[in-house]
Design a protein around this ligand. Structure first.
Ligand code: DGT
Ligand code: CA
Ligand code: CA
Length: 575
């Protein structure tokens, strides 16, 4: 979550909890601060980077105490005061408010009315339809509560890749500077770039294992030390994630990296191959009798087993071992193949920056092009544009383009919009408006709860217009918050094929949509994929790497991704 949204959300919740406790005045102050932060056009992180807590205190309603709290949220992603406050409630506020749409106030009403203390109490009450009578709740909310609980159970204790990866990179960097480690890498689901991560696994080699353990368990990110030893340490990080550190010998580093990258089923396949050759494979190496015949490098382990090196993103035992045996592994797309981004918002809808600022940020990333896709929506969803405003928007895009060219910049802006696909499959802007655009990113933003046939028909109808370039976040899921809507993907792909529509890989960490398994199917039948970061700020453009990860997990090669097209080839495709 962007830091502004996080600060605002937590301040609102603190206000609610304080109100429950009958604390005077403070709730008003927290709400005021929350509103201030919500309304900022700049990231609090940037304000803080520029002028520290002092700069934060210049914002209306933010005094020293609140500035300190924002500072803590920026630095650690959590707030101790808030965590403590939640514990003071007479019911399990933390667990109950983890349900989407459930804040402290609602939780208090459930406690007052039904004595609900735990998630389990809540589940039972919802199942028995006991909640509908409580003020502010009806039968529909009972269904939503049960859905929310099911979602929580599914993602329980797992972090988004977009949160875990930066955290792991910081740990690896810090350990690298400890002066006690020689080789270092993260392994596990993180190295496979799975969309959610259970825990971070780090491997090192060292001649001073005790010093490594000391250094690791004393890192500022560490909240609690679970285990500490010369071969293995485990900690809980301040953000709530767990991290395992293993110290291995130089000669085993490759084998350990292979073993701890997993996944388990992939490992079992490899072990089977080793056994068939009369060898033993474990985290220390490949052994012929007592003799280690491979282990230092991962490539060596795969090569000994008669396999090409398998990129970690493919190691899910879905055919990659066989492909490696036949030398038929795909040549996966890489970050360096990416020449542009197909999904970005500006101040014209719900983004935080101007068209020019987004363009310059994209150029800094080395891109040839950036599609400006502000919302177009008749319901004005997210400050969406109508046909008239879209015309002005287009004018500004071409104006900014000219200005950029005058400055000698090479980045090309693609004139676009993120277009609402309405309930019946019609589009939020008329055909003549859409025909003028370079890129139309079509998206479902309303009426999520349709049946499978109806939803499929809705999207197929929209694609049939021939006016959509890319189908945005096709499943609509928000990881841990909202399930995918019901869709017949084969029918969607058929329609996409007929109409030359690309499927989006939305790279926003909560979305990662299409999901990797569907990406593999879509690319497998020849559809093009298009990564869009769905950026609402310049920082979000960096989410591209999560989109590339999904593409790689979906076995995509360069040719499968629209983003690998240079501007000339892209213009041809768009025609
Ligand atoms: P996570 O943390 O739930 O997102 O998923 P992973 O894949 O990181 O799993 P984790 O942290 O439990 O273990 C790291 C790797 O260690 C895993 O991918 C494969 C390997 N591993 C763990 N347990 C076993 C096992 O019982 N057998 C085999 N062959 N490998 C295992
Ligand atoms: Ca793990
Ligand atoms: Ca682990």
């Amino acid at each position: 979550m962007a830091k502004n949204a996080l600060c605002a959300k937590i301040f609102y919740e603190i206000a609610d909890i304080l109100e429950i406790q009958d604390v005077q005045w403070k709730p008003i102050a927290y709400r005021k601060a929350a509103r201030t932060i919500e309304g900022l056009s700049e990231d609090v992180e940037e304000i803080y980077a520029r002028g520290g807590a002092k700069a934060l205190m210049e914002l209306p309603g933010i005094g020293e105490a609140l500035a300190k709290k924002i500072e803590e949220l920026i630095k650690t992603g959590t707030l101790r005061y808030y965590e403590e406050l939640k514990k003071e409630a007479p019911f399990d506020l933390e667990a109950i408010t983890a349900i989407p749409g459930m804040g402290p106030k609602k939780a208090k009403r459930l406690y007052d009315g039904l004595g609900i203390k735990t998630l389990d109490d809540l589940k039972k009450a919802a199942e028995k339809h006991g909640i509908a009578g409580i003020p502010g709740f009806d039968e529909k909310s009972e269904g939503n509560i049960l859905k929310g609980i099911a979602l929580l159970e599914k993602t329980k204790g797992r972090a988004l890749l977009g949160n875990a990866l930066p955290e792991a990179e910081k740990l690896v960097e810090a350990l690298g500077k400890s002066g006690a480690v020689k080789r270092i890498a993260y392994a596990g689901s993180l190295r496979r770039m799975k969309e959610t991560i259970g825990d971070i696994d780090i491997l090192v080699t060292s001649s001073k294992p005790a010093k490594v353990a000391d250094f690791f368990t004393k890192l500022p990110q560490v909240d609690e030390v679970v285990a500490k030893g010369e071969t293995k340490s485990a900690v809980r990080l301040k953000g709530g994630m767990s991290c395992d550190l293993r110290v291995v010998e130089d000669d085993s580093f490759g084998a350990a990296l292979q073993y701890f990258t997993g996944n388990k089923e992939h490992n079992i396949e490899l072990r089977r191959i080793a056994i068939a050759k009369g060898w033993k494979l474990n985290e220390y190496g490949i052994f012929k009798g007592a003799k280690r015949i491979a282990g230092k490098e991962e490539e060596e382990v795969y090569a000994k087993l008669g396999l090409g090196w398998i990129p970690p993103e493919l190691r899910e035992n879905t055919g990659e071992v066989e492909a490696a045996q036949m030398r038929k592994l795909p040549k996966l797309v890489e970050m360096k193949d990416i020449k542009g981004d197909f999904h970005a918002h500006t101040k014209w809808s719900d983004g935080n920056y101007s068209i020019g600022e987004m363009a310059i940020a994209a150029e800094k990333l080395g891109y040839e092009y950036l599609a400006i896709t502000d919302h177009a929506s008749p319901m004005k969803v997210a400050n969406g544009m109508d046909a008239k405003r879209k015309e002005k928007h287009s004018k500004e895009i071409s104006g900014v383009q000219k200005k950029l060219e005058k400055e000698g910049r090479k980045i090309r802006l693609l004139d676009g919009c993120e277009l609402d696909i309405l309930k019946d499959g019609t589009l939020a802007l008329p055909a003549p408006s859409l025909k003028k655009l370079d890129v139309v990113v079509g998206a479902v933003h309303s009426n999520f709860n349709m049946g499978r046939d109806e939803m499929t028909k809705r999207v197929v109808t929209a694609l049939g217009s021939g006016l959509i370039t890319i189908l945005a976040h096709p499943s609509g899921r928000l990881i841990g918050e909202r399930d995918a809507y019901q869709l017949d993907y084969d029918k969607i792909y058929d329609a996409a094929e007929r109409n030359g529509v690309a499927m989006e890989i939305n790279a926003f960490p909560e979305r990662l949509d299409l999901v990797d398994t569907e990406v593999k199917r879509a690319a497998g039948r020849g559809l093009k994929l298009a990564i869009g970061t769905d950026s609402h700020s310049t920082e979000h453009l960096r989410f591209m790497r999560y989109g590339v990860a999904v593409a790689r997990r979906g076995w995509c090669e360069k040719k499968d991704l629209l983003n690998s097209f240079g501007i000339r080839a892209l213009e041809k495709f768009l025609e």
